[in-house]
Design a protein around this ligand. Structure first.
Ligand code: HDE
Length: 696
């Protein structure tokens, strides 16, 4: 049969059409599989619709076009109602300290084994297409594929939550998401509905102290702590239970950005955290976290001046220390984002035998919600068969059929008890999940909020007062920023009245920043506020790790830059495991003083300094003079300086600093002082901050 000829206009760009057509076309065909429909029918023309004649209407008969467009029309699934935007990676968990005396869970008692994991990090409020760096809580969800089934530790990067009872979750989420009449702001808590809800919900105040801290501006997913938030139970072979709180500690230490930097990152790179994780894994660096636990008994819990079942409370690690029990390493980006990251379904109810729940009313509601939302989001009850969600251990049950059924179970028996066949699944008293037997309470049915949940201010005060002065200033400034976006005056005023109870000075600072006068009366707490022992472990600034590992340093060059200086800087930075990026005015790169050409990783205009942890600049005098006239170059240094980063500046670069109004301080080095710059690049120059901006 003669093949229909494609007209010239219709030739696909990659088709071989020139002289050697025959042989090359054959080679090309051998290299690529034949394009087919979903039914496996080979496709001859992937460029043109079947038409009645050359300029004619399309024919309904074109099953190839219809299938292609129909599939495309159905490509999106509903995004998560919260935590829609996220990035994830595969890796493993290795237990180093056995908890076998506390739990029968093999994942927490058998050391030295590598358990596969999949971890997804996310923002909470924004949609799937929103930016990575708003001020927001981050999700920190880990699926452990244990040999006793999947264990999902679905946590956040903050150890407490806004509300005490699941009943309020739709309210807090509605209030923070974009407002329903106008559909903005996207991915931001700085608007009326959120602060209206918060000002009327004092149980949220401890969480607000954390969200207004730099914790909600993480430098990367790799430098975030993670928390299971609720108390869980570990249950051992005797059926004894011990309470446990889970913590993830990043191997690189905790690190955040400053607010102005976070704002500029939103413009510089919407995908800043996603790209960071992707590039880190591409570069063969594997981010790691230690899994730590706080273990305590019912009796110890009873001694605490707060209720550990209240998810708005922490147990400071100064009170119950963290024990390191293992390490998670993430070493592989998924082959396909949708397949794994979008379709993964975490659920706090997924626990292996030996890990059990507590009566934290927030956790209890979560046990219902996740499966429910996933039935909708992933289109039916068989989403557990999607490879990323399926257990990696043997599993068997009598559940059958439903949308998208992929299994093909044989035989007559799909019920239990049964006697017709051998080898059908049966429950096992010995290996099966046993719920912890808890004595039933004495009270009647009702909706009481425990009296022990009534103190909403003491831990908020403890957190605020535990911070360094610079962190306190950041919190006060964050509150001023957010509340300044609130249009309704009584909401601003109500918030200040709560802040005055948390800490009078904080309330006054924020009131001053808002020009709120007269000062509102302090709120009336339901129970007296306690002055709890402070918890310095909740800080970030003085716990930042002095390392270049995982940090990214830019070197700005242009034609004629001193090749020796560039090489010395690069060598020293890479020796300390920094990622080095060459930035140049043109993307083609630059020819250095030794006549050698270096390609650029980024163009100056498209690579703002907010993207880097420190910047060095080696420029000939002429280039410095030329760039000093460009706003982009001035901003590059002004921002690096303003974000409290180390700068290595040669003589030519000082021309730009001067034009940008940057007055060099101890954080500005000569590129020849490689040692000084490398040490400076491991930190931020916090002393510089009060000289640059008026914090609240
Ligand atoms: Fe979630 N949460 N949540 N949450 N949550 C979801 O489940 C919910 C809460 C957390 O990367 C949803 O599959 C309720 C606390 C993370 O896929 C949904 C309550 C913590 C993720 C849901 C909470 C979390 C979710 C949306 C209060 C920290 C993203 C899509 C009772 C301990 C997981 C989905 C991922 C996702 C419900 C509170 C963490 C709607 C009802 C507290 C990290 O089911």
């Amino acid at each position: 049969m003669a093949k229909p000829k494609l007209t010239k206009a219709a030739q696909p760009k990659n088709a071989v059409t020139t002289g050697q057509a025959g042989e090359l076309q054959q080679q090309a065909d051998d290299m690529h599989p034949v394009l087919t429909t979903q039914q496996g029918i080979p496709v001859a023309d992937n460029q043109n619709t079947l038409k009645a004649f050359e300029h004619g209407p399309a024919l309904l008969e074109d099953f190839i076009l219809r299938e292609k467009i129909t599939h495309f029309d159905h490509e999106r699934i509903p995004e998560r109602i919260v935590h829609a935007r996220g990035s994830a990676a595969h890796g493993y968990f290795e237990l180093s300290q056995s908890l076998s005396q506390y739990t029968v869970a093999k994942v927490l008692s058998e050391t030295g084994k590598r358990i596969p994991v999949f971890a997804r990090f996310s923002t909470v409020a924004g949609g799937a297409g929103s930016v990575d760096t708003p001020r927001d809580v981050r999700g920190f969800a880990v699926k452990f594929y244990t040999e006793e089934g999947n264990w999902d530790l679905v946590g956040n990067n903050i150890p407490v939550f806004f509300i005490q009872d699941a009943m309020k979750f739709p309210d807090v989420v509605h209030s923070v998401k974009m407002e329903p009449d106008r559909a903005f702001p996207q991915a931001a808590s700085a608007h009326d509905t959120f602060w209206d809800f918060i000002s009327l919900t004092p149980e949220s105040l401890h969480m607000i102290m954390w969200t207004m801290s730099d914790r909600t501006l993480p430098r990367s997913y790799r430098t975030m702590e993670g928390f299971g938030v609720h108390s869980f139970r570990l249950v051992n072979a005797q059926g004894d239970s011990t309470f446990v709180k889970f913590h993830w500690r990043p191997a690189l230490g905790i690190q955040s950005t400053v607010w102005d930097e976070a704002l500029k990152l939103q413009a510089a790179d919407n995908d800043y955290h996603r790209r960071d994780l992707f590039e880190t894994l591409q570069a063969g660096q594997a981010p790691a976290w230690d899994l730590c636990v706080q273990l305590f008994t019912e009796e110890e819990a009873a001694q605490l001046p707060y209720d550990h079942l209240d998810p708005t409370k922490i147990i400071p690690e100064e009170v119950i220390p963290l024990q390191k029990i293992g390490r998670m390493v993430l070493d592989r980006w998924p082959d396909n984002f949708f397949q794994d990251t979008e379709q993964v379904a975490f659920c706090p109810a997924n626990v292996p035998p030996g890990i059990d729940f507590t009566n934290d009313p927030l956790l209890q509601g979560r046990l219902f919600s996740y499966l429910d939302t996933q039935l909708l989001r992933l289109g039916g009850p068989n989403f557990t068969q999607i490879p990323i969600n399926a257990p990696k251990c043997p599993f068997a049950n009598n559940q059958r059929d439903g949308f998208m059924q992929m299994n093909n179970p044989k035989g007559r028996v799909n019920y239990e008890p049964s006697s017709l066949e051998t080898g059908t699944p049966r429950a096992s008293q010995e290996r099966g999940f046993q719920s912890f037997t808890e004595p039933a309470g004495q009270g009647g049915k009702g909706r009481p909020r425990p009296e022990s949940f009534a103190d909403h201010y003491s831990q908020a005060r403890m957190f605020y007062r535990s911070q360094t002065p610079i962190e306190q200033a950041h919190m006060a400034s964050a509150l001023v920023f957010e509340l300044s976006k609130v249009e309704t005056p009584h909401v601003r005023s109500a918030m200040v009245s709560h802040l005055l109870v948390i800490d009078e000075d904080l309330g006054k600072r924020v009131a001053k920043g808002l020009a709120l006068s007269p000062l509102p009366a302090p709120a009336q707490p339901a129970v007296p506020v306690q002055d709890l022992e402070l918890s310095p472990a909740t800080r970030i600034i003085d716990r930042m790790k002095q390392t270049l590992e995982g940090r990214c340093v830019a070197i700005l060059v242009d034609d004629g830059s001193n090749a020796q200086s560039v090489a010395a800087l690069r060598k020293a930075l890479e020796a300390e495991k920094a990622m080095v990026k060459i930035i140049a005015p043109k993307i083609g790169g630059a020819t250095l003083s030794d006549g050698k050409h270096v390609p650029a990783d980024g163009r100056l205009e498209g690579s703002p300094s907010a993207l880097f942890d420190a910047v060095a600049s080696v420029l000939p005098l002429e280039a410095g003079e030329r760039l000093a006239k460009e706003a982009v170059a001035q901003d590059w240094f002004r921002d690096a300086f303003g974000h409290l980063k180390a700068i290595a500046a040669c003589k030519g670069t000082h021309k730009i600093l001067k034009a940008g109004g940057v007055k060099p301080d101890g954080g500005v080095f000569d590129p020849e002082d490689v040692k000084g710059f490398v040490a400076g690049a491991k930190q931020r120059f916090w002393d510089r901050e009060p000289t640059l901006r008026n914090l609240a």
